[in-house]
Write a protein that binds this ligand. Sequence first.
Ligand code: ADP
Ligand code: MG
Length: 148
Amino acid sequence: MAIYKTANADETEKIGRALGEILPEGRAVALFGDLGAGKTVFVKGFAKGFGVEDEAYSPTFALVNEYRGKGRILYHFDMYRVSGWDDLCSTGYFDFLDSGNSLIIEWSENIEAALPDDCVRVKITEADAPDERNIEIIGVEKLEAFGD
Ligand code: ADP
Ligand code: MG
């Protein structure tokens, strides 16, 4: 487990990118944090690190976006509107999970019971100043260049 403090959105994006660069194939990343915490900012960086060339964007209405990079697929979920198993099944979540591709999931609070045991957990919370965030990452080694 490691906690990183960021002073602005760019720094959060950089940490996302560092995780995207080292995440083992097929692992899911579960994001936790309130509205405006910086989850989508984190995903934008993560997608770049993963090798996606297009800019990642919020899938709030689509529920899931599909990106391609370096011949691999990344599924980006937003579970904000998902409550209950029927809802979750209809997003195709379990099929995507079984597909062996990588997933990154906003509003993981809403699907806690359906997260894979080996997922990487990223919790973004507000810190002292308005643009500061604490980013707690559980399930991977400390990200290089961000150690203290
Ligand atoms: P979420 O997806 O968690 O609802 P977004 O990533 O869409 O949130 O938005 C986060 C907002 O907060 C953006 O407008 C971003 O510019 C701003 N922001 C300010 N400071 C930070 C920070 N340290 N990390 C991430 N976002 C920040
Ligand atoms: Mg978002």
